[in-house]
Design a protein around this ligand. Structure first.
Ligand code: SF4
Ligand code: SF4
Length: 360
């Protein structure tokens, strides 16, 4: 089969599998992205992510060097549905609701899933399609595990362009996409990078409550609510807590501020119930999440993105979110957590939440 036809069939198959965009680029090293990533480490903007090392950046920027058999990289974007900023219905009266980032609520027919697993399955299905048409294809997939510069790959493969909020914006789904890359041993025709851009718009920059977008396209992870609520272990720095609002897992504010997203994003999630027996929802019941036992946390969130925080991480976030929500009905739950949560970080966060609600 001619490689031009294989490439066209691959893009069709990617769409059939549910991807919003599929492009191809070469294995040439990503030198600019490498330089930017190393500069971020040197400037301390990645502090707290011990796994994000210079060696990892060097390796990620040179997939061709790591996998000498690789000839092309397939860049893929998986769409997810944004959440409505405000819940529109559901949940018992008096519930104090927080927010989970919309990507955490990614579903696959039967309910919430960890997007890593979902994308890995779909990437494998795409490789299987390729192997049916080209003999002996070797492949290595990367699904947001930090061993490929997914954003740079997506940009060079024409999947989208990086907005000033640093997320890749696609034509099919705006920036509400999760990225994956697959290195393959087949020399496929490459795509041209996107020529679109943000133009004069800067709307996302002032939308960030913590000032984490320190320059167009440059995020200081140490200030980003996504990092603080998901990756950061231990107490959250005091000066950032008031700025975190009611986010308990991730943050979508810079994406919600984006006018391109307003035009291109998929329909928002309808799931507004504050509580479900299983899986994340966009507007969770903060008291319920604060008080989950280890077993309840596992039963509800195992196999979803929220499991990354662990029970105590989510409870810490909820205690801070409850302090920021300003609803006194959460006081008894915060007092119980301050007195008896098994984790000292949660107890301290609960004391902080109480102080916000009582002014003491
Ligand atoms: S995700 Fe939230 S905290 Fe992070 S840069 Fe965007 S608006 Fe700021
Ligand atoms: S809000 Fe404006 S500047 Fe920010 S990513 Fe969207 S288009 Fe670009």
């Amino acid at each position: 089969m001619d490689m031009v036809d294989v490439k066209a069939g691959l893009a069709d198959e990617a769409r059939r599998l549910g991807f919003a965009a599929c492009g191809v680029t070469s294995v040439r090293p990503f030198t600019e992205a490498r330089t930017r990533a190393l500069a971020a480490i040197d400037a301390g903007r990645m502090d707290g992510m011990a796994w994000y090392t210079r060696d990892r950046v060097e390796a990620s920027a040179d997939i061709g060097g790591r996998y000498p058999w690789a000839r092309s990289i397939i860049a893929l974007a998986w769409p997810y549905r944004p959440a409505r900023p405000e819940p529109s219905s559901g949940g018992p009266a008096g519930t104090v609701r927080g927010r989970f980032s919309a990507y955490a609520c990614t579903e696959d027919g039967g309910g919430a899933v960890d997007y890593h697993d979902l994308l890995a399955q779909r990437c494998d299905a795409l490789v299987a399609w390729l192997r049916e048409r080209v003999d002996g294809v070797r492949a290595k997939r990367f699904v947001d595990h930090g061993w490929a510069l997914d954003r740079a790959i997506a940009e060079r493969a024409g999947v989208g362009f990086a907005g000033k909020h640093a997320s890749v914006i696609t034509v099919a789904a705006g920036s509400y996409v999760l990225l994956a890359s697959v290195a393959v041993s087949v020399a496929l025709p490459v795509d041209a990078p996107s020529r679109r851009g943000c133009g004069h718009c800067t709307a996302c920059i002032p939308s960030c409550p913590t000032g984490a977008i320190v320059a167009p396209g440059v995020i200081d992870a140490r200030r980003c609510i996504s990092y603080l609520t998901i990756e950061h272990r231990g107490p959250i720095p005091g000066e950032l807590r008031r700025l975190m609002g009611t986010w308990a897992f991730g943050c979508d504010l810079c994406q919600e501020a984006c006018p391109i997203n307003e035009r291109l994003a998929p329909d928002p999630l309808d799931v507004d119930t504050a509580s479900t027996a299983r899986g994340p929802v966009p507007h969770p019941d903060l008291v319920e999440c604060l008080e989950l036992s280890d077993a309840e946390f596992t039963a509800r969130f195992e196999g979803t993105a929220v499991s990354r925080t662990g029970r105590a991480g989510l409870a810490r976030n909820c205690a801070i979110a409850l302090g920021n929500a300003g609803d006194g009905s959460a006081l008894p739950a915060l007092q119980r957590a301050a007195a008896s949560d098994p984790d000292a970080v949660v107890r301290e966060a609960a004391r902080w939440g109480i102080a916000q609600l009582t002014g003491r």
